[in-house]
Design a protein around this ligand. Structure first.
Ligand code: PEP
Length: 252
């Protein structure tokens, strides 16, 4: 039986002001002792205050991006060490919004991931195909290349999480079929097993992301090699995110 701890991760993206901390308080009060790991990735401006709210660490805290350098002349950037210093334990890297809007390559995602791991963070590395790539039958090839290009060599199984996020499913309300999710997750597991990196491929958690909501969470969490979800829009609503956490607890 798998020992992988299920993970429900919320990506707030560029959303969240001080007033929104009350929503997080609601989530914490509803899940004082969650039966799966719960991760919230607010904007960097709220990290300190979210850490204060989650000081008992029942809810984990993460950043949404970092620079690959430790410090230096990089105006506007944040290093992994700074995020760790602010209380983060995780970081989302290679999200398709950054790959698309900022031209982030696999090589850049790999260097950021290495920096994050060196800073003691768990890197949640995102991969996923466009609709054109899926329609053209290239999904597995694209995912395979992203895994090879983005996941740093020598990372321990505890230091990385891989999120499969089909780009066409993010924020659209559309989701792949369960068979399509299973195909990609099984493929990612097989790709990890083929790497001779010294990590235990079966220990790496694989998240599905893309329009996860209370109404589809249970069936998605029943899919093979799905160890949780990376949730965007629904993570902003404590009731919806709470329902997703409950579905994952039931699956755990
Ligand atoms: C995401 O952006 O990582 C995501 C999964 O978004 P949504 O849940 O809104 O589709």
């Amino acid at each position: 039986m798998s020992q992988r701890r299920k993970l429900a991760a919320g990506n707030w993206k560029m959303n969240g002001l001080s007033a929104d901390l009350a929503k997080l308080r609601q989530l914490i009060d509803t899940y004082p002792n969650p039966g799966c790991e719960v991760l919230v990735c607010p904007p960097a401006t709220l990290l300190d205050r979210v850490r204060a709210l989650t000081a008992d660490k029942t809810i984990a805290l993460g950043g949404q991006d970092c620079h690959f350098a430790v410090n230096g002349a990089h105006t506007g950037d944040i290093s992994a060490r700074m995020l760790a210093d602010a209380g983060a334990e995780y970081i989302i890297l290679g999200h398709s919004e950054r790959r698309t809007a900022y031209g982030e390559t696999d090589a850049l995602v790999k260097s950021k991931s290495s920096a994050a791991i060196a800073a003691g963070l768990v890197a949640v590395i995102c991969v996923g195909e466009t609709l054109e790539q899926r329609k053209g039958g290239g999904t597995l090839e694209v995912i395979g290349e992203q895994i090879i290009g983005s996941v740093p060599e020598g990372a321990s199984e505890d230091a990385i999480v891989i999120a499969y996020e089909p780009i066409w499913a993010i924020g659209t309300g559309r989701t792949p079929t369960l068979a399509q999710i299973a195909e990609v997750h099984d493929f990612i597991r097989a790709q990890l097993r083929m790497r001779d990196d010294g990590f235990a491929a079966d220990g790496v958690r694989l998240l599905y992301g893309g329009s996860v909501k209370p109404s589809n969470a249970e069936e998605i969490f029943g899919v093979s090699n799905v160890d949780g979800a990376l949730v965007g829009g629904a993570s902003l609503d404590p009731t919806d995110f709470g329902a997703i956490v409950s579905a994952l607890e039931a699956a755990a």
